[in-house]
Design a protein around this ligand. Sequence first.
Ligand code: X1X
Length: 326
Amino acid sequence: KSIKFLAIGAVSAAAFVATSAAAETALRGASMFDEEHAYTKTLREFERLVADKYDGDVTFDMSLNGELGDESDFVTFLQQGVAIDYAVMAPSNMATFAPSIPLMDMPFLFRDLDHWNTVLSSDVMAPLEAELLEKANIRVIGYAGGGVRNLASADPITSMDELTGHKMRVMGAPIQAQIFAAIKATPSAIAYNEVYNAIQTGVIGGFENEAASIQNLKFYEVAPNITLTKHAITVRPLVMSESTFSALPDDLKAVVLEAGAEAGAYGRDLESTQDGEKMQQMLDAGQIVVQEFEGRDALLEMVVPVQDAYAEELGATELLQAIRNK
Ligand code: X1X
């Protein structure tokens, strides 16, 4: 049994390497962050669990720090079954291939951490997973996430007046722009790896993100004002390209599914626990200023009709209701 963990990998490496002795499976992961981020730690846990549970030979080769681009690049690689076999992905960055999947991380979907936990411990997301598999050739093997998303901006935003017309970056799924437009901001979809520059050069006034990523990518340098809109608790599927998964030996398939579920749970626990700590670390270091938003409840009222219309358009009204009822 040989287990190798490599730091950086070749983009065009084949997933399966036949050796003279036995077939060795080579799996390639990708993260936009360094080793400290909860997503990278989740992926490392996945690798550790697979290696631990599997009797055969498997190697892991993870590219870090966005070397293979951001999640909107990852999704194409995963869909085509090239360069990346596993990653942690925002549903809203997979919308191109599966239009319903962003329902999972729609802003204002979860009431609180308990609701988020209950939903992710159930199988209510199964129809969305099925669509992702069928239309995008991507398999959900676990759920990470657990960060609370807030506004981060160059100038403070504390009220409806300051939010109105605020130019902000949102993820690529149309529902993200629709929700932020409904609360009177001026959203535009910009690639994640262009956000820092776009804020620095004044193209936009800010974006929305969770503490782990704001800290890891030093977004506080250009957007130090954090407004506690708490509009999302992240749902971040740990995914595998179906081209890769379907070619695995049966015993490794079973291990991957088990390890994916366990690594996802590990990642959820880690990020939801660290979320407040990371915010406090940035505060203590004088990197951010945190402010409440006056009238957060009014935002919720403004977005519900948009959520409803989106679900209806997708034929997912019952699914949305099932999530709300959890
Ligand atoms: O906003 C984004 O595109 C990113 O924000 C964070 O870094 C993560 O939630 C990541 O998954 C992605 O959504």
